[in-house]
Design a protein around this ligand. Structure first.
Ligand code: NAD
Length: 275
């Protein structure tokens, strides 16, 4: 496919999209899928470890790889090493990048972290870190994007929740609570911003193999006879889905194909939430 063909068929042709958590995993996948369909990208990742989160975060090299991947597809990308918990820094950097790319049409609040533990081992630090990144970081991303979307006369916000934002996924209480909170935040914002033609939806994936792996989660299921592991089991005969399956939902919600879709919980969950 030539650049011209790609431009002609782009489902988000000419849109500028902010994606957080873009160094790897689903954030990278969203960025590349959107670029394939004609978007320019503002790509944010923390690029440093987070105290209290036992698995590594994305790195500056990985963020640079995502930027290069977007550029290889013939689109523009600006990479920003920023913690979404830092509201002021995020707002200022997004504004500068949006200025450089001639505005902003959409945001994907994708950055998130996971901890695992039983009710009696979850710590206050687990709660603060997970809620701070997953909920307040998502809010900060929305708040950084909204003024630009208003200026544009409309736009789309996609907040990445989880199947754990719909069902009572056990042994990850701060994560499950934070993902339910994203569902509520998205519906509230969808109501508040509808008059300005800004759509807000949440996306709810089942398990995807990425760098997000809370050490010890699977050991916690061992010796528990109460069927807790079954709560994580998909209805469709697939253990895990691929990042691109989720990116296709994100693409749809950002595209004009979804122009009257707002306040929705878009499940890409192989049926795990109907169990
Ligand atoms: N992997 C799954 O099974 C799964 C399932 C449902 C939902 N999700 C959600 O999908 C989203 C993406 O997760 P993933 O699986 O790609 O995980 P991942 O850990 O591979 O990627 C997350 C990225 O976010 C970045 N990040 C974390 N905290 C940040 C912060 N404060 N500021 C900026 N960047 C930050 C990390 O550095 C990392 O690059 C998360 O919100 C996650 O909760 C994941």
């Amino acid at each position: 496919m030539t650049d011209a063909d790609r431009r002609a068929s782009g489902r988000v042709e000419g849109k500028v999209v902010l994606v957080t958590g873009a160094a790897r995993g689903m954030g990278r996948s969203h960025a590349l899928r959107l670029a394939e369909e004609g978007a320019d990208l503002i790509l944010v990742d923390i690029c440093t470890p987070i105290p209290g989160i036992e698995y590594p975060m994305g790195t500056a090299d990985e963020l640079a790889e995502t930027v290069a991947g977007v550029e290889d597809l013939g689109r523009k990308a600006i990479g920003l090493a920023i913690d979404t918990r830092d509201a002021d820094k995020l707002r200022d950097a997004v504004s500068a990048a949006a200025h450089e790319l001639d505005g902003l049409d959409a945001a994907v609040a994708n950055a998130g972290v996971l901890t695992a533990g039983t009710w009696d081992t979850v710590s206050a630090q687990d709660w603060r870190t997970v809620v701070d990144v997953n909920l307040i970081g998502t809010w900060n991303t929305c708040a950084a994007a909204i003024p630009h979307l208003i200026q544009r006369g409309g736009g789309s916000i996609v907040n990445i929740s989880s199947a754990a934002g719909i069902k009572g996924t056990p042994l990850t209480p701060p994560y499950t609570a934070s993902k339910h909170a994203i569902t509520g935040l998205s519906m509230a914002l969808a109501n508040e911003l509808a008059e300005q033609s800004i759509r807000v939806n949440s996306v709810h994936p089942t398990g995807v193999p990425t760098g997000m792996q809370a050490p010890g989660l699977f050991e916690l299921f061992e010796g528990r006879g109460s069927g807790l592991a079954a709560i994580y089991q998909n209805a469709l005969p697939i253990e895990m889905i691929e990042a691109r399956d989720v990116s296709n939902a994100v693409l749809f919600l950002i595209s004009d194909e979804a122009r009257y879709v707002t306040g929705m919980q878009f499940k890409v969950d192989a049926g795990v939430t109907i169990r």
